[in-house]
Design a protein around this ligand. Structure first.
Ligand SMILES: O=P(O)(O)OC[C@H]1O[C@H](O)[C@H](O)[C@@H](O)[C@@H]1O
Length: 501
């Protein structure tokens, strides 16, 4: 059944993007619409009514509705680990028990934040948050995007095990006024535990009497945090059913909730909940995450695009591409289906991108004239983030819109091929009313659901990440046994760089 539906998708005639608005004058009305404060525009893609219908059939053949219901009902959708994926319960949308549990844990986080604000842990001015992957990228994005004017605390998110990262973060911090947040779902991740240990040592060297008294643990493994030495009253647990890369809504968001204030954190959750409801209830042809997934699948699965690029025309969203790299590539960079059989075609493309207008002066050459077809996504905000001359924001938006038009329109130049633009290159635009917590919550939830919808159409599990394990295991064995037992290249590298004798 799914094969038949894929064939129907592949059989849809491809329109010419350069003239598509002439042949399909209503496409803007159909393919551009608002969800809350986000306006999506897919009209500059190859999505035609015929393709939309073929994809709607594919969604049906892929049991999309049942899989979406299973996600929100707290069923065990992460089949390889036999667990639910309940990030939406953190925002109040999910199985009633899970929503109640998430609410109780949020209340616990709020109470600790209130106590910290009231000075219970001393005069805190700096927060060092150690965590990696999903335990760092989300909070980092939130604080970088929304924290410009918050000015409440200096927050440093430290992820890399390279000591340069921690050293740089604490360089200007006073150990006597620093709170250490250790973020790790498993509370075993080597990088995070080593950074946490070194941060404690730095506090000890800085004369802090009770450094463990300034530690807050954000984890789904509270027992491990207790073993490590964190007092139970300062452990903020979250549910095992919240995946790492979907966890910024849980206590992993603690530095954002503390740094930006509780109201902002709550508004973030509400924005995400609004997107949850949209994803659950909107019809196929107006369902933003689903349409985005159709477009993703078309370019990756039918047109063979190996990458997709995202450009944030907003300095506040400069970390969005790296956040999405984990979300999309760790979720959907898979080769087997739910039943363990090989996938039928390409899975997640490589997500890459950057910030506009900078990227125009660096990588856009390839987008306009290179031999790769890269579907481009632009994200911009109507409201500016700066208070300077409005000319800045106007220039930002002008450039953003110009790029989408140029990619689509192209320009012939038979006399001078080096100066010709092929055109016909697709782009999507997401225009936010502003970059506030509510809109950002909705935007991130949109990407989560789009990732899930892609997985459903491919028949894969987006919630495990076994691909990251082998390298960790080998690193442990190098640590333990040195160069023996490896290939000559690896042994020589270990010998050269790590042999102390
Ligand atoms: O939160 P932790 O248990 O420390 O895990 C941190 C990260 O490490 C793993 O290797 C996974 O690839 C990530 O999905 C995860 O977010």
């Amino acid at each position: 059944m799914t094969d038949i539906s894929w064939n129907a998708v592949r059989a849809v005639a491809e329109p010419d993007l350069r003239t598509i608005f002439e042949s399909d004058p209503d496409r803007l009305d159909r393919l551009a619409f608002k969800v809350g404060s986000l306006r999506f525009d897919w009209s500059k893609t190859h999505m035609t009514p015929a393709l939309m219908a073929a994809f709607a059939d594919l969604a049906q053949a892929s049991d999309f509705t049942a899989r979406r219901d299973a996600l929100f009902s707290g069923a065990s959708v992460n089949v390889t680990e036999d667990r639910a994926a309940e990030h939406s319960a953190e925002r109040g949308e999910g199985a009633p028990d899970s929503v109640a549990r998430a609410k109780a844990l949020h209340n616990r986080m709020r109470a600790l934040i209130d106590a910290i604000e009231a000075g219970a842990l001393g005069p805190i001015r700096h927060i060092v948050h150690v965590g990696i992957g999903g335990s760092a990228l989300g909070p980092d994005l939130l604080i970088d995007a929304l924290g410009r004017d918050a000015g409440r605390y200096d927050v440093a998110i430290v992820s890399n095990v390279d000591g340069c990262a921690l050293e740089e973060a604490i360089r200007d911090f006073d150990p006597q006024a620093t709170l250490l947040a250790i973020a790790s779902k498993t509370f075993t991740t080597t990088e995070t535990m080593l950074n946490a240990r070194s941060a404690i040592n730095w506090m000890v060297e800085g004369g802090v009497d009770d450094p463990y008294g300034r530690v807050v643990a954000l984890t789904a493994a509270p027992d491990k945090a207790v073993e490590w030495g964190v007092d139970e009253t300062r452990i903020l647990p979250f549910s095992e059913t919240v995946g790492g890369r979907y966890s910024l809504w849980s206590s992993i968001g603690f530095p954002a909730a503390l740094g930006l204030g509780w109201d902002a954190f709550e508004s973030l959750l509400e924005g995400a909940a609004e997107m949850d409801r949209h994803f659950r209830l909107a019809p196929v042809e107006k369902n933003a995450p689903l349409i985005a997934a159709f477009v993703d699948r078309y370019y990756a699965g039918v047109k063979g695009c190996q990458t997709r690029a995202l450009f944030a025309y907003d300095e506040r969203l400069r970390l969005l591409p790296s956040y999405l790299q984990q979300l999309e590539m760790e979720s959907n960079g898979k080769s087997v289906k739910l039943d363990g059989s090989p996938v039928d075609g390409p899975t997640a493309p490589i997500t890459w991108g950057g910030v506009g207008t900078d990227a125009q002066h660096a990588v856009f050459q390839l987008l306009h004239q290179g031999t790769h077809l890269v579907p481009v996504e632009f994200v911009a905000s109507i409201e500016p983030g700066d208070l300077l001359d409005p000319a800045h924001h106007r220039a930002l938006l002008t450039n953003c819109f110009a790029q989408g038009a140029a990619l689509m329109r192209g320009r012939e130049n038979p006399a001078d091929p080096a100066r010709a633009y092929p055109g016909g290159r697709p782009s999507t635009t997401i225009l936010m009313d502003d970059v506030g917590p509510h809109a950002l919550g909705a935007l991130i939830a949109f990407y989560e659901h789009r990732t899930f919808a892609n997985a459903v159409l491919m028949g894969i599990n987006p919630f495990d990440q076994f691909g990251v394990e082998l390298g960790k295991e080998i690193a442990r064995s190098i640590e333990k046994d040195g160069p023996s037992g490896f290939d000559p290249s690896t042994s020589a590298l270990i010998d050269l760089a790590m042999n102390d004798e």
